[in-house]
Design a protein around this ligand. Structure first.
Ligand SMILES: *Cc1c(COP(=O)(O)O)cnc(C)c1O
Length: 352
């Protein structure tokens, strides 16, 4: 436990004797069986892969540890990324841990407070771009030509190498691949990485099958579903508010090779699943993460036959990243009382 992605899956990763074996304790996240929603959607078995349990609260740490280790191996002292929030939090944390400088470009006004506060606390140089994520990514892709920096967005192939270890863990836990993997799709790196992981285990005989890859974009940011880039993507799920995904073709390949699908879910569906994950499963996740459950609920409502199927929903990040949204969404009234037993009992419906 706690050995980290590099050591645990060394034989599957592009490491050399010179690669520093850093870890902040990423990976080995829980795969938890659903307590209620499994029956409601009618699955044989439903599991949640809780990627919010990574050191910075999202799956981004799995890929970041590999990208940062390789940057250090190459002698780089500055890492750079564009981010909807979680990549910057992760880069900044690993940068701090490894004594590197971290530069992050984030789109103005569309990064959740929790994520921005992480980047700031870890000491990154945060540059706010008056534009959207896609524009920020276009900019950082050009910067290494001018400044000696290592780009650690998921266009960096080492990121996907690290992220594929989540698929290994799912199969190590279940003893085989699931029938369906439901996953949110933003820049489309993660769906690509999971598919790589599932294929590697199947090819080497460690799994007997491959899952259907079911990717879900937010309806207002669904370029792969629409078949064209979206210039001004809009969704409550800021982590997947991306109009021109970097790994677009690779995600389509994962979809087609696996016999899966990439579909969209509305913000209403995302928020409904976000609420149900917390109130019915005890899992407080980001809205973007709830897109996988929202997608599964959509599949079930369309009559998909899931009754003998094992389904894994990837819960990509923790709800603590965006507490403001949780407070906006709740219908719970916070009640105030005088600090005496009688008042508390009367509020709770019992008089003395
Ligand atoms: C980055 C991220 C996604 C999207 O992953 P992609 O690899 O960009 O498709 C989804 N959810 C959360 C919480 C994320 O941080």
């Amino acid at each position: 436990m706690g050995e980290g992605v590099l050591r645990h899956y060394a034989e599957h990763l592009p490491l050399t004797p010179q690669t520093p074996m850093i870890t902040m304790g990423e990976g080995e996240t829980p795969l938890v069986r659903s307590s209620h929603l499994e029956k409601e959607v009618g699955c044989g078995a439903l599991y949640f892969k809780l990627e919010g349990c990574n050191p910075t609260g999202s799956f981004k740490d799995r890929g970041m540890v590999v990208a940062v280790a390789k940057a250090m191996e190459e002698g780089k002292t500055t890492i750079l990324c564009a981010s909807t929030g979680n990549t910057s939090a992760s880069a900044a944390a690993y940068g701090a841990y490894c004594g590197l400088n971290t530069v992050v470009l984030v789109p103005k006004g569309s990064v959740a407070q929790g994520k921005l506060s992480q980047a700031v606390a870890y000491g990154a140089r945060v540059v706010i771009v008056d534009g959207n994520f896609d524009q920020a990514l276009t900019l950082v892709r050009q910067l290494p030509e001018y400044l000696p920096m290592s780009l650690v967005n998921s266009v960096n192939p080492y990121r996907l190498q690290g992220q594929k270890t989540a698929a290994f863990e799912v199969m190590d836990s279940l003893g085989d691949a699931p029938d369906y993997l439901c996953i949110p799709v933003g820049n489309a790196g993660n769906i690509t990485a999971y598919w790589m992981g599932f294929q590697e285990y199947a090819d080497s005989g460690k799994a007997t099958k491959r899952p259907k890859m079911m990717g879900f974009q937010a309806a207002g940011a669904a370029p792969i579903v629409l078949g064209h880039a979206v210039e001004s993507p809009e969704t409550v799920a800021s982590a997947i508010r991306i109009g021109n995904p970097a790994s677009w073709q690779l995600a389509e390949r994962a979809r087609d090779e696996s016999g899966g699908a990439i579909d969209s879910v509305s913000d209403e569906q995302i928020l409904e699943a976000y609420g149900l994950m917390a109130s019915r499963e005890g899992i407080f996740c980001e809205p973007a993460s709830a897109a996988s459950m929202a997608g599964l609920m959509k599949l079930a409502s369309q009559g998909a036959d899931l009754k003998d199927k094992t389904v894994v929903c990837v819960i990509t990040g923790t709800g603590l990243k965006d507490p403001d949204l949780a407070m906006q969404q709740t219908t719970t009234v916070l009640q105030e009382t005088a600090p005496d037993l009688e008042s508390v009992l009367s509020i709770l419906g019992r008089s003395v």
